[in-house]
Design a protein around this ligand. Structure first.
Ligand code: SF4
Length: 718
């Protein structure tokens, strides 16, 4: 038995783990004493490891057969038996075909006819090389990743208002907070170890928890206030709090004078947003809104943690601008226990953004349209001329694939066929491509229409750095060897780059990391040797030997002039409301046991045994009114599509709402969701659209995917 110190591969909390390995096989995982977890783990971290040995694991490169059925948005390929669509190939044949075809498209149709998706589950080194491949090999900035679908709204607002897209304080700083305001976030499900620190703060220090979320949650029982507001009314709710803070003189005048700009505009604008005027819109009584505002503003240290409930909206950046204004009005930022924390979803979504896996920014968030930044990266990368225009975002890439402007896509580890809003449209885009290369560990829904599938290494089979939600760069160490002919992702990216004509010769992750230090000023002081020694270093860390800054924005914000900016926001009508035909609101998210599109956790034996079947959650009163018995199949239908799932009675869900996780391929809820984008962040409205719920439906598509007793699905007594 050997024990390997590494990091959990799931959420952005970044818990350190010890992996117990026998005969090159992981047999168990324990919590380790990392800065984010101190030995704690949730069920995913503890039990979600054996997907790596699932029999459907890709172990050889695949090439689409000449006699395969036509590509189609509706094509389904059995991952256990894909042989009517794909044949096995050697690495040389697969890479030559993958790279050669992409190069041919670039040379005949132009650089902008190609695009690449990187992966927020991959390492910093992988993300860095993917964006560099697209910029220097494909020849454009058409590169993006799933931060577009989670915190793009937050990043746009944070960059505009504070000059930095990262968190100001680590999650564990809640232990220093008198008040924690949780907006659109359900950490007990999505970031359980983060939730455990909030529970400790409440139990040990009497911290007051205020939650604003349309669904009740496990933490609600410990909350001082839970504002179960109407979905998609965040701006009304937070503006009412801003109004109260200004109206009752609870502002921090000195902080506003010295550290901010734009207060007068906000003060004028907010007059229309009194709690009395907003109460009927957001569904929260005016007195409750005032109490929440007073409690937040008058504490010695208040922290705001928000999640995708705020950002995954066509108003995502406005929602977050309002949240930021709360902190700037009261000076609740830049101190222990006082700050702003957009809690990150994937294990390396912070790092992937830091590495420039974005169509608008190079590493270190330098704009691709800034000539000085272009010159810097042309010099660093030894290339002639980088594309001076922003590229397409992930949903725009799909639109361009549908209408033929983009003809070739390289997907490294993402699954837009499941994660994009209106996923049938994404599937149609992928099916319409001349050439699609997918690099992944299983034959994902996005790979059904691939021309080449490259079998990738899982997290446990490689070494690299990962940046958690607290900005802590941690070393993930290889625990086991890849099976079959699987190669490590860095090798695959580099070989593909060579086929595109790039002369790359990185010897391994440490070599790539050395280049990252030159590209990302905030990480310039972090050495590979220090990571090997200490396992975790927080950025900013600009010089070797710096301890790194756990808390940022202490004296100034990294905007020109150093001041934070108030940006007043109005209520904007959503493009789709529930109506007579589609009377319920559809909310989407996760369940505790399953991660994202379910590719890993649904192939983890313990996790799948606990939560095997697709379920949608409705409150018992709505189920009764619809004549639906918990555990029976129901059909959910929106203006875009329909799916069938099992009904679960869940009194945490408000009347008139339906909650559905997006991890079930047999009932993919993103076939239903609304693709309308936030105009600046380009994040879709994944958490709000009208839906019709009806009893029955075809259960054929959902039975047999777990085969547990119906009783296990009826669950959830509250
Ligand atoms: Fe892994 Fe997140 Fe759970 Fe920690 S809280 S064990 S990082 S999934």
């Amino acid at each position: 038995m050997k024990q390997v110190a590494t990091v959990c591969p799931y959420c952005g909390v970044g818990c350190q783990v010890k992996v117990n390995v026998q005969d090159d096989k992981i047999v168990s995982v324990n919590g380790a004493n990392g800065p984010a977890n101190e030995g704690r783990l949730c069920v995913k971290g503890r039990y979600g490891f054996d997907y790596s040995r699932h029999p459907n694991r890709l172990t050889r490169p695949l090439i689409r057969r000449k006699d395969a059925p036509p590509k189609s948005a509706d094509l389904v390929v059995d991952p256990a038996n894909p042989w009517n669509v794909f044949r096995e190939a050697t690495w040389d044949e697969a890479l030559d075909y993958a790279g050669g075809s992409l190069k041919h498209i670039r040379d005949t149709c132009g650089p902008k006819s190609l695009a690449g998706f990187g992966c927020a589950k991959g390492s910093n080194e992988e993300a860095y090389l993917v964006q560099k491949l697209v910029r220097t090999g494909f020849g454009s900035n058409n590169v993006d990743h799933c931060t577009r679908l989670c915190h793009a709204g937050s990043v746009v607002a944070l960059l505009q208002c504070l000059g930095s897209g990262a968190v100001s304080n680590p999650v564990r700083d809640v232990m220093e907070s008198e008040v924690v305001l949780l907006v659109g976030s359900n950490p007990a499900i999505n970031h359980p170890v983060a939730a455990s620190w909030i529970k400790n703060a409440i139990d040990q220090h009497g911290t007051k928890l205020i939650i604003a979320d349309p669904r009740l949650q496990d933490l609600s029982r410990r909350a001082f206030i839970h504002m179960q507001f109407e979905p998609d009314t965040d701006v009304a709710l937070v503006n009412a709090m801003i109004y109260t803070i200004i109206d009752e003189g609870l502002i921090n005048e000195e902080f506003i004078r010295n550290r901010t700009e734009g207060f007068e505009d906000l003060q004028r604008h907010i007059q229309a947003y009194s709690p009395e005027a907003m109460a009927p819109i957001c569904g929260i009584p005016a007195e409750t809104l005032k109490l929440a505002a007073r409690t937040y503003a008058t504490s010695k240290a208040s922290m705001i943690i928000w999640g995708m409930g705020s950002s995954q909206s066509q108003h995502g950046s406005d929602n977050v601008r309002c949240i930021i204004a709360l902190a700037l009005l009261t000076g609740q930022i830049g101190r222990p226990g006082a700050g702003l924390h957009p809690i990150r979803g994937q294990n390396n979504v912070q790092g992937a953004s830091d590495m420039g896996l974005l169509p608008s920014a190079y590493p270190d968030y330098k704009s691709v349209e800034d000539p000085a930044a272009q010159r810097k990266f042309e010099e660093l990368w030894g290339c002639q001329k980088l594309d001076p225009k922003k590229g397409l975002t992930s949903m725009e890439i799909i639109d361009a694939a549908v209408d033929g402007r983009v003809k070739g896509i390289y997907i490294m580890g993402e699954n837009p066929a499941m994660s994009d809003a209106n996923a049938h449209h994404a599937r149609a885009g992928l099916a319409n491509l001349e050439h699609l290369v997918v690099q992944d560990i299983f034959l994902t829904e996005s790979a059904y229409n691939a021309d080449v599938v490259l079998p990738a290494s899982v997290y446990w089979e490689k070494t690299g750095t990962f940046t958690n939600t607290d900005r802590i760069v941690q070393l993930g160490r290889q625990a086991v060897n890849p099976p079959g002919e699987v190669r490590q992702d860095l090798w695959i990216i580099q070989e593909l780059a060579r086929r595109m004509g790039l002369d790359w010769n990185y010897s391994g992750p440490a070599d790539v990391f050395a280049e990252i230090r030159k590209a990302q000023a905030n990480m310039a002081g972090i050495t590979w040797q220090r990571l090997e020694r200490e396992s975790a270093v927080v950025w900013p860390c600009r010089k070797e030997g710096d301890p790194g800054d756990k808390i940022t924005f202490v004296d100034a914000f990294p905007r020109s002039g150093g001041k934070g900016l108030f940006v007043p926001c109005e209520i904007v009508e959503p493009d789709e409301r529930p109506d007579e035909e589609y009377p319920f609101v559809l909310l989407t998210g996760r369940v505790l046991e399953h991660w994202h599109t379910g590719v890993m956790t649904r192939r983890s034996r313990v996790l799948d045994a606990i939560e095997p079947d697709p379920v949608c959650h409705l409150c018992p009163q709505d189920l009764a009114a619809l004549g639906i018995v918990a555990g029976d199949p129901v059909t959910l239908e929106t203006r875009r599509n329909r799916i069938t799932a099992y009904a679960r009675a869940d009194s945490k869900v408000a009347r008139g709402n339906v909650f559905m996780p997006f991890c079930y391929y047999e009932a993919a809820v993103n076939l239903l969701t609304n693709p309308t984008l936030d105009p600046e962040a380009k994040i879709p409205s994944l958490k709000y659209c009208g839906v019709r719920v009806s009893a029955g439906g075809d259960p054929a598509g959902i039975t047999g995917f777990g085969g547990i007793a119906k009783a296990n699905r009826e669950g959830v007594a509250v």
